[in-house]
Design a protein around this ligand. Structure first.
Ligand code: F6P
Length: 341
């Protein structure tokens, strides 16, 4: 078969490992050929692609970003499914592997289920917010970068007896904040799922200060305190109308300083968490998911995505995975409490 691969939505460490895994598996085992579609759905809509050989994917599994480029182009724009079908026919592309997050996979599910297109998916997101897969690649890398940053900030915080508020990514869910906060020994962890009041944050900071610690507060960018009406965003909206989050740490730092008397600084980690080399865990997961995507194609499981269940790679219907987000459950929040303050 001639298989088109695309990466769509925000990039994520591990995308290149998926591409390599798929190409190696397809070329070596099932005699497939591949084309790399540029910048997500745009590449398919505009027939902008290049051949992807085993030579092209040599040595890329440790490289961050995506060699194919990515964009947030909507699959139903620019002529949508009809245009895609035309391009696939004219260019002899038999199937599509779409690697993406919730938005991409929701689009891919519609193309397969409603338009009858030969599309399978591979889930990715540093936020780890996709349902029906235990983890997404990119998350381990992002949580590790955030943890290393907490370790670094702690040494300067301790020297100055300061509080540090560290903002991590997480639009709707707090998985990165939860894992980095636990791994880095934060005294306060603020997640979008659990809107604690300001007074609770001050109590955690005071308690750490009273024990002689430099308090570290980890906050997910999408956190909304009980005392606020909406998410904090300093940067308006992107060209697709999505709120550009970022700034909740800057909002909280002066409030904490004022209420507790502890000198406080804010750091926003931002896109640092999405860049650089994937961890070994993410490389392995991504490679396995890429290889499994080729199997889905050969079994004609259109509308399905590869998925991690425990330590096994399985497949699930994409439409089910994008139904609602995988939030941090109450049990993980309750478990965390003993470590705070
Ligand atoms: O969904 C992944 C993510 O990294 C979010 O955590 C973040 O809010 C968003 O993407 C940032 O998107 P962009 O790169 O378009 O600013």
């Amino acid at each position: 078969m001639n298989i088109g691969i695309l990466t769509s939505g925000g990039d994520c460490p591990g995308l290149n490992a998926v591409i390599r895994g798929a190409v190696r598996k397809g070329v070596r085992e099932t005699g497939d050929t591949f084309v790399g579609l540029k910048d997500g759905w745009r590449g398919l809509l505009e027939a902008d692609y290049a051949p992807l050989t085993t030579h092209d994917v040599r040595g890329i599994s440790g490289r961050g970003g995506t060699i194919l480029g990515t964009s947030r182009t909507h699959p139903y724009s620019q002529g949508g499914p009809d245009q895609m079908k035309r391009v696939m026919k004219e260019h002899n592309i038999d199937a599509i592997i779409a690697i993406g997050g919730e938005g991409t996979l929701a689009g891919a599910a519609r193309l397969a289920d409603d338009e009858g297109m030969p599309v399978v998916g591979v889930p990715k997101t540093i936020d780890n917010d996709l349902n029906n897969t235990d983890y997404t690649f990119g998350f381990d890398t992002a949580a590790s970068i955030a943890t290393e940053s907490l370790d670094a900030l702690r040494t300067t915080a301790e020297s100055h007896h300061r509080c540090m508020v560290v903002e991590v990514m997480g639009r709707n869910v707090g998985w990165i904040a939860l894992h980095a906060g636990m791994a880095g020994g934060a005294q306060a962890v603020l997640l979008p799922e659990f809107p604690v009041p300001y007074e609770q944050i001050y109590t955690w900071v005071r308690s750490a200060r009273d024990r002689g610690r430099a308090p570290i507060v980890v906050v997910a960018e999408g956190f909304v305190s009980e005392d606020l009406d909406d998410q904090v965003s300093d940067a308006g909206r992107d060209k697709h109308g999505r709120v550009r989050l970022g700034g909740v740490a800057n909002h909280l730092a002066p409030l904490i300083e004022e209420a507790t008397g502890v000198e406080t600084r804010a750091t926003i980690l931002g896109h640092l968490q999405r860049g650089g080399s994937p961890t070994a865990y993410d490389r392995v997961l991504a490679t396995r998911l890429g290889m499994a995507a080729v199997e889905l194609v050969h079994h004609k499981k259109w509308g399905y995505m590869t998925s991690l269940s425990g330590v096994d790679i399985t497949s699930v219907q994409m439409a089910l995975a994008v139904d609602n987000l995988k939030k941090v459950p109450q049990s993980r929040w309750d478990e965390l409490q003993v470590l705070l303050g």
